[in-house]
Design a protein around this ligand. Structure first.
Ligand SMILES: C[S@@+](CC[C@H](N)C(=O)[O-])C[C@H]1O[C@@H](n2cnc3c(N)ncnc32)[C@H](O)[C@@H]1O
Length: 364
């Protein structure tokens, strides 16, 4: 079977590495935050339950070029939905698109929804029911320029929603990106890791989950694959027990600090909900000793009016502190790479949020 795996644009290489480790199979990077994997049915469980960098796992039914809505109708109409949806189940089409088109995502969903109904009716003589709010089966369509992907969503709500965020920071980083930063830092569980601008603690929490091999336990009952009767769900339950048994118990040297006591308290709440132990403190990143093996962090951007001068000074003072610390690698995600005077040893541009964002890697 062919799987379409989605992630954040810019971290496809990291996601591909994680998929190789989890499945022992090599995905092909298909651009735009998408990977294609020729896999086994168990990979659906493994990737949904254990991946930290993916957002969604879709059973791919079709990938091809389309010109207009009529082509989309035709491509969807030809697919054998009777093999994937039971007659009594409800479904919805979720569509997204990237590029210039003369129609909207809602148009795609409407036309494709009709094609699913028509295909099913001609194969089974039954009119499938639509439920837009809580469908049992989701047909996912993604259009990138002319390239159209059609598949059955096995995930549901994006995997970057881990379920541990009980405290909401005003500018949190997606856990999938935090996981990518930790991997780019090449951190290993015996080493010390510090996030000096930790906010609600996402980088530290993701580092701990990665080191301890923690699966997406808080999401266990929410995956859409539980509604797909053609999958070996009893085998999936057995695999879940196996992944749960692999979780390590180990003391880690992960610290986070933030200048705001409120965010520090929130980070502690999030870590507790995630089931990991991290040392969170209130402190100033421009003064705290930066003496951990790895510094992995996400600086404020200063998007609000009038704050650019203050942010520039913060970057300057943090950079001074960084240069007097004894770390081995620093990985910094920022939308203000120009505020650093030192050239990074490596730079990865990613598409994230309103501003072009970069991951800067400095070797100590
Ligand atoms: C972009 S946010 C980090 C968000 C975090 N990655 C998360 O997922 O929640 C930047 C954080 O830097 C903190 N901050 C600003 N100036 C600081 C300073 N001098 N020292 C430490 N933290 C600071 C802010 O309070 C804010 O929480």
């Amino acid at each position: 079977m062919e799987l379409l795996l989605t992630t954040e644009r810019g971290i496809e290489e990291v996601a591909a590495q994680e998929v190789r480790e989890l499945t022992r199979r090599s995905p092909v990077i298909d651009g735009g935050g998408r990977l294609l994997l020729r896999g086994e049915v168990e990979d659906i469980l493994t990737l949904n339950y254990c991946s930290n960098s993916l957002h969604r796992v879709v059973l791919l039914l079709h990938r091809g070029e389309v010109q207009d809505l009529q082509d989309i109708y035709g491509a969807v109409r030809r697919l054998p939905f009777e093999e994937y949806i039971s007659p009594g189940q409800t479904f919805a089409v979720r569509a997204s698109r990237m590029g210039e088109h003369s129609f909207t995502s809602m148009d795609i969903a409407r036309v494709a929804g009709q094609a699913v109904i028509d295909s099913y009716a001609s194969a089974r003589g039954v009119r499938l029911r639509v439920n837009l709010d809580t469908p049992e089966v989701v047909v996912r369509i993604e259009l990138r320029q002319r390239l159209c992907y059609v598949g059955i969503d096995t995930t549901g709500e994006s995997l970057h929603r881990r379920g541990y965020r009980v405290y909401q920071h005003p500018a949190p980083l997606k856990p999938s990106i935090c996981h990518a930063l930790v991997r780019i830092a090449d951190w290993s569980a015996e080493e010390a890791l510090l996030d000096p601008f930790c906010g609600s603690g996402t980088i530290c929490i993701e580092a701990a989950r990665y080191a301890l091999r923690m699966p997406n336990q808080l999401r266990r009952d929410s995956f859409l694959f539980w509604n797909l009767g053609f999958l070996p769900l009893e085998r999936f339950r057995e695999l879940i027990r196996r992944f749960d048994a692999r979780v390590l118990r180990q003391e880690l040297k992960i610290r986070g600090c933030d200048i705001s006591p409120k965010h520090v308290a929130g980070a502690r709440m999030n870590a507790e909900r995630a089931g990991v132990r991290v040392d969170f403190h209130t402190c100033d990143a421009t003064r705290v000793p930066l003496d951990s093996d790895r510094i992995v962090t996400n600086l404020p951007y200063g998007l609000r009016m009038g704050s650019v001068r203050k942010i520039r000074r913060l970057y300057r003072e943090f950079e001074r502190n960084l240069s007097s610390g004894s770390w081995r690698r620093a990985v910094i995600l920022t939308a203000r790479p120009e505020f650093f005077s030192r050239e990074p040893d490596r730079r990865i541009d990613i598409v994230y949020g309103r501003l072009p964002t970069a991951i800067l890697v400095f070797e100590g």
